[in-house]
Design a binder for this molecule. Structure first.
Ligand code: ADP
Length: 489
């Protein structure tokens, strides 16, 4: 099905500015989700390799290293240089991303442009990290100094491979940390290409290391490592809990987590119907529904419910699924067979529990992991499809009557990553925005994520925020320096 292939240049671990085999010499396959065929054998990091990468990062972080002595503004120039190189190679990187992940080529291009923008934001941030002078009690001149926390571990998922890398690298490098990143085993290729660009940009050896491998081996070794001062994780809530356990079992490293969601998008009667249907459609179907902040519970007010469902179904049916290298395609395959099976299992549960399957619900063909864009109406809060993260192109439409009612129902979840409200009434929007328990509230829009705006979760959707200044803080320690001032001179 894939009409285009990409050259795969980098398949080894990246440690201390060199591409190297795994100590065990083991490799693992990376597959094309369009057809399940292997596209590369990638060096498989295990504990021994993670130890080497962390040791390189530790040396790069040592007191008199080039990195530690570098002016913050020069660090910013390096990050900007990396952004320039990503921009230069955007088309090639996008093809590689689409080959490995299956998302439409234009989506990969968009992701990489976002990655460039994020890196540029943090490039400018490097020399704006500063502490305070404090009017402390007593005869002291007191100031705080913000210092990089040290070597950091970063573990990222497969749904936005390069973008998640940029979200992690930007703030860590702006803070002056050195890092070891473990990409997802399903999509390791663009992280290795980015590592090559970091070397070309001129980052000193050991500042950036990339160790592809599996979660329970390489990921766990990183999160358990005694020389890692902070671990930043994006992925499932289940693994997020493990990351906290690893931190507790080892050196109490700081932890930031960006986890799952079951985000409500609430549509009131007074909206422009076509516009609302379009926003709600994109909120769930973007990236094949493989999006932690997907608007996966569409609440629609009763007065427009039937009309909304009808138009939502039409839009889903018009969605073209197929070869992600074909410019007319909106949706490629799901990432792998377990993900496809999970979507189909949850669709079956929706039918069993009495939701109305309006369209879709089945696999497309037998090759690869393509699934029909799916819409359920008559969904109620207790159904599994309204509670569990499906991570697929399945819109669940629920009916509500009042603002008070929908606030309570929107918040009746253990997640709290994102939310949206569509209405022309500013008071309704304000009340909802204040009451909803979610890290982001998008009013008359969805997915308004920019480098400047913090993003992260309430409740079991995570700890900490990414993007904006908030993301730099967990990569810093605050040191208080109090200097005795003589009372007589
Ligand atoms: P998803 O549901 O998106 O596949 P996961 O949470 O399973 O998310 O995976 C996200 C990242 O976490 C991947 O890089 C994966 O390898 C890693 N991972 C999975 N299990 C562990 C683990 N036990 N320890 C550390 N990292 C893990």
């Amino acid at each position: 099905m894939v009409s285009e292939s990409s050259s795969i240049k980098y398949t080894k671990l990246f440690i201390n500015n060199e591409f190297v085999d795994a100590a065990s010499k083991k490799t693992f396959p990376s597959f094309n989700p369009c057809n399940g065929q292997k596209i590369a054998d990638v060096a498989e990091a295990d504990k021994e390799d993670v130890d080497k990468a962390v040791a390189a990062a530790k040396t790069a972080f040592s007191r008199n290293s080039e990195w530690r002595k570098m002016d913050a503004s020069v660090r910013g120039k390096l990050i900007n240089q990396l952004a320039d190189l990503l921009q230069r190679d955007l088309k090639e990187l996008a093809r590689l991303e689409t080959l490995d992940n299956g998302k439409p080529l234009s989506d990969s291009e968009f992701d990489i442009q976002c990655s460039v923008d994020v890196l540029r934001y943090y490039a400018g941030y490097c020399d704006k990290v500063h502490g305070h002078t404090i009017p402390s009690d007593g005869d002291f001149f007191t100031l705080t100094r913000k210092e990089p926390i040290g070597v950091v571990g970063q573990i990222i998922p497969w749904n936005y491979p390069l973008m998640m890398l940029a979200w992690k690298w930007g703030p860590a490098l702006a803070a002056g940390c050195t890092l070891v990143l473990k990409p997802a085993e399903l999509t390791p290729l663009t992280a290795l290409a980015a590592a090559a660009l970091a070397r070309e940009a001129g980052f000193p050896a050991g500042v950036i290391n990339v160790v592809p491998g599996y979660g329970p081996t390489a990921g766990a070794a990183l999160a358990l490592h005694g020389d890692v001062s902070k671990v930043a994780f994006t992925g499932s809530t289940q693994v997020g809990k493990k990351i906290m356990e690893y931190a507790a079992q080892s050196n109490l490293k700081k932890v930031s987590l960006e986890l799952g969601g079951k985000s409500p998008l609430v549509v009131f009667d007074d909206v422009d119907l076509d516009e609302a249907v379009e926003i709600a459609h994109n909120a769930i179907f973007t990236n094949h529904g493989q999006n932690c902040c997907a608007g996966s519970r569409t609440f629609v007010q009763s007065g427009i419910y039937d009309a909304f469902v009808k138009k939502a179904v039409e839009k889903a049916r018009a969605r073209k699924v197929g070869d992600p290298f074909d410019a007319s395609v909106h949706q490629g395959p799901q990432i792998d067979k377990p993900s496809l099976d999970k979507v189909l299992r949850l669709v079956a549960s929706g039918k069993e529990q009495g939701a109305k399957l309006e369209t879709g619900g089945a696999q497309i063909g037998t090759e690869g992991y393509f699934v029909q864009p799916t819409v359920f109406s008559n969904v109620t809060d207790k159904m599994t499809i309204a509670k569990e993260e499906i991570f697929g192109p399945v819109q669940t439409i629920l009916k509500f009557d009042t603002l008070e009612e929908v606030i309570e129902r929107a918040n009746d979840t253990s997640y709290g990553l994102a939310s949206g409200v569509l209405t022309k009434d500013v008071n309704t929007a304000l009340v909802f925005a204040q009451a909803v328990q979610a890290g982001s509230v998008w009013v008359n829009c969805y997915d308004a994520i920019t480098p400047q705006t913090p993003f992260g979760g309430y409740k079991m959707s995570g700890i900490g925020r990414e993007m904006g200044p908030d993301s730099v803080e967990p990569y810093l320690e605050t040191k208080t320096i109090s200097i005795k001032v003589p009372t007589k001179m």
